[in-house]
Design a protein around this ligand. Sequence first.
Ligand SMILES: Cc1cc2nc3c(=O)[nH]c(=O)nc-3n(C[C@H](O)[C@H](O)[C@H](O)COP(=O)(O)OP(=O)(O)OC[C@H]3O[C@@H](n4cnc5c(N)ncnc54)[C@H](O)[C@@H]3O)c2cc1C
Length: 466
Amino acid sequence: MSSAPEAILAGLPADIVRTGADELAPHLLDWRGQKRGQALALLLPRSTEDVQHIVRWAGAHSVGLVPQGGNTGLVGGGVPEADLARLSVVLSMRRMNRISDVDARGLSLCAEAGAILADVQGAAERAGCRFPLSLGAKGSATVGGLVSTNAGGVQVLRHGPMRSLVLGMEAVLPDGSVLNQLSALRKDNSGYDVKQLLIGAEGTLGVVTRVALKLAPAFADVSTAWAAVPSAEAALQLLARLRSGLGERVESFELLSADTLALVLRQLPDSRAPLETRSAFHVLMEVEASREALETLLAGTMEAGDVLDAVLAGSRAQAEALWAMRENVAIAERQEGKSVKNDISVPVERIAAFDAEAVQLFAREMPGSRPLVFGHLGDGNLHWNLLPPAGVESGPWVEANAEAARRLLHDLIARYRGSISAEHGIGTLKAAELARLGDPGKLSAMRALKAALDPLGIMNPGKLFV
Ligand SMILES: Cc1cc2nc3c(=O)[nH]c(=O)nc-3n(C[C@H](O)[C@H](O)[C@H](O)COP(=O)(O)OP(=O)(O)OC[C@H]3O[C@@H](n4cnc5c(N)ncnc54)[C@H](O)[C@@H]3O)c2cc1C
């Protein structure tokens, strides 16, 4: 880039450009507070035409474009790199947040990329249906970010991740052309399904501008319960029993270790333990069935010894209080200090064995380190995080041990034929590990796609690839 930054930015409409340090600052720091980036400016498009203009401008000036939604991503993907030769701008989609075409009969709606997840959920509920994807960051995470990370959350068990919920998409590709696959068709076999490439691409193949999303009918009946279970294996038995009794109607099945629950209780003064019973693990479950049906299934599992104790929510408010215990884990963990965050998956039936082996591995190789295990057990996806030994300052410990800890855990994952990223994505945090452990055939196809669609390398430089 030869011209001065001011001259380059002059090629954009002034009302979408921000260069003030205070306005840029929150966009340059990731949610965990662990990565600080650098950018020439913050751009705030209002329309797809604005995005198209910006993408063409970036290509002409060789400026990196870093799409950003709610900046709640956990792998550093939405923050520009501080150390690349190429200058970047943050492309915040937050002003493009309209929700339209809510179709309760056809079960779909249309949302711009900057629409916030909680607002999408609210729009669906007002129309008498629901958008079946939720996660702890629902008050800030946007449709564009959720699509671009192929986010999961607490209902994947029944409805799948974001990839299963996208019916149509509009996006601006790196050459400035618009991909218009927005129609909410349930079936379309007319050649490559290009929108699927952008789902989970973490902003490296284009800018998602609008999405048609699949909705689900409102619950006929819904019940929520919290159970104390003696082991992860017992939790799997409980899941099997629920599924044999209710089939597809098991909506969520979340696991928290005793240490995870203790951390939430320690960090969030308003939280209360749902049960007095002490146990190695806890399960939060939600099913589309009556309270009586869930109670009967839990009673049977208690007789078999797989559940030690359980409580059923008596109202929606009680159910929400139980959900808050799960959804606030990430916030409690951030308050506690730094940790080595991992987001892994293994085949569901092997997850208890994996957890037991990982606990032994870290007790041997990193004595004193404290695993913090929670997540979406029904999907085979655990957040297998690591806290420093008690009393040790977290920042320096994480800095010194994160890489070795990740390598240990990921080598074990490779043995279990699992994934080093179940739902958060690769970003910069796991790019080196993807290069080390990823399937060479897949990596070379990824590089070929990137080179074909973005030959100038303007889209989210430095992410996914090392
Ligand atoms: C408390 C908490 C709980 C969470 N729980 C879960 C969970 O249960 N399951 C789960 O899957 N994830 C979870 N996450 C992480 C999850 O990835 C993000 O919350 C969400 O998907 C990111 O949305 P965002 O709008 O904040 O995206 P950002 O963080 O802004 O961006 C994420 C990535 O998407 C790209 N991107 C953003 N918008 C666009 C766009 N319009 N076009 C192209 N690329 C774009 C960015 O460049 C970046 O690479 C959690 C995060 C937090 C903080």
